[in-house]
Design a protein around this ligand. Structure first.
Ligand code: PLP
Length: 342
């Protein structure tokens, strides 16, 4: 198996990470005078666990992985940024992603002074493996979002595995919507592929966009390096305790996922009866991309009626498209009624 050091920014190999008070003393004491905290209890006067072990134990159990295969970020966006920082030399390396896809890859690339090469999908948003492998040659990072935002489709696990095997940089598979897909996750591949990182989040299916918690799942060798470069207390105490509490209600979360998947199926049918929609793209996520005859006009008019959807028309292959998030039954009914006016 190839050593992770082959991909890491050479100037970081000798980095001495910041050692926090909570790094230097672990365990229980009766008097804490080591971190310059305010001693008066209010629930958050102490620094949080820098490695979030309680929360990670729970998440690892849910995801069927080991704690040392997991990094938590202040949203997936922090995980994406840390990957750029760990692997890409600013002004020298480049990264690649499929297109259309999630806008943060481009923003994070730019912030890190890394050009991002966008590899356009086929017209029906399927992925041409040979083309992706060919055009990403030499890239340090390659982002594949599956199910993909904004198109909604998931790629076959065998396609992703083939890319993990043949791509010579770090493959990042963004599974923000994986809980809505029957195709499943590539998580089990991390043991075989040290260059594979999988990004997941509590923001979508788990209903916790407001607490900002992203997961990065990878071989322990990569996670260890990410731990060295992350801000020491990147996940705040309120986020850690709230997430832990919610994750004890998995039945509720799973029922919501099932509800949204059922609504997706119903909406896919109902949208067929809407005249202004010229194409409905299949979805493995909690949103549906549709092509309409005049996206800007419909988008504005929906806003007048208090309904906001996402206009994706400026993205490649997405001319005249709207992305519709699956809401409650009542919300979806109102959307259908509003769309039928056009
Ligand atoms: C929503 C979304 C995320 C989640 O980002 P967070 O920062 O965790 O909220 C990640 N990737 C994609 C493709 C998304 O659409």
């Amino acid at each position: 198996m190839k050593d992770i050091k082959n991909w890491i920014r050479p100037d970081l190999l000798d980095l001495k990470p910041y050692s926090s008070a909570r790094d230097e003393f672990e365990g229980e004491a009766s008097i804490y005078l080591d971190a310059n905290e305010n001693p008066f209890e209010n629930g958050v006067n102490r620094y949080p666990d820098p490695y979030q072990l309680k929360l990670k134990n729970k998440l690892a159990e849910i995801k069927g992985i080991q704690v040392n295969e997991l990094l938590l970020g202040n949203g997936s966006d922090e995980c994406i940024d840390l990957l750029f920082r760990l692997f890409c030399v600013p002004g020298k390396d480049f990264a690649a992603s499929i297109a259309p896809s999630y806008g943060m890859y481009q923003v994070s690339a730019k912030l890190n002074q890394i050009p991002l090469k966008e590899i356009t999908l086929n017209d029906d948003f399927t992925l041409d493996t040979a083309k992706v492998l060919n055009e990403s040659k030499g890239a340090k990072l390659l982002f594949i979002c599956s199910p993909n935002n904004p198109s909604g489709n998931a790629f076959e696990l065998s396609v992703i595995e083939e890319i993990a095997q043949k791509f010579e940089g770090i493959l990042v598979v963004d599974e923000a919507y994986v809980d809505f897909s029957d195709k499943g996750s590539v998580v089990r591949l991390i043991q075989q592929y040290p260059n594979l990182a999988i990004s997941q989040t509590l923001s979508k299916a788990y209903g916790m966009a407001g607490i900002r918690l992203g997961l990065l799942i990878a071989n322990p060798s990569m996670i260890q390096w990410l731990n060295k470069i992350k801000p020491p207390y990147n996940i705040n105490q309120l986020t850690q305790s709230f997430a832990l509490e919610q994750l004890n209600k998995l039945d509720e979360i799973n029922a919501q996922i099932q509800y949204l998947v059922n609504e997706r199926k119903r909406l896919l049918d109902d949208l067929k009866t809407v005249n202004c929609i010229v194409k409905i793209y299949p979805s493995d996520a909690n949103f549906i991309l549709v092509k309409v005859n005049n996206a800007n006009e419909i988008y504005q008019s929906l806003i007048q009626q208090g309904i906001v959807v996402r206009n994706r028309s400026t993205q490649v292959l997405c001319e005249n498209t709207l992305r519709l998030t699956i809401g409650t039954k009542e919300e979806n009914d109102k959307l259908i009624v509003a769309l039928k006016q056009f």
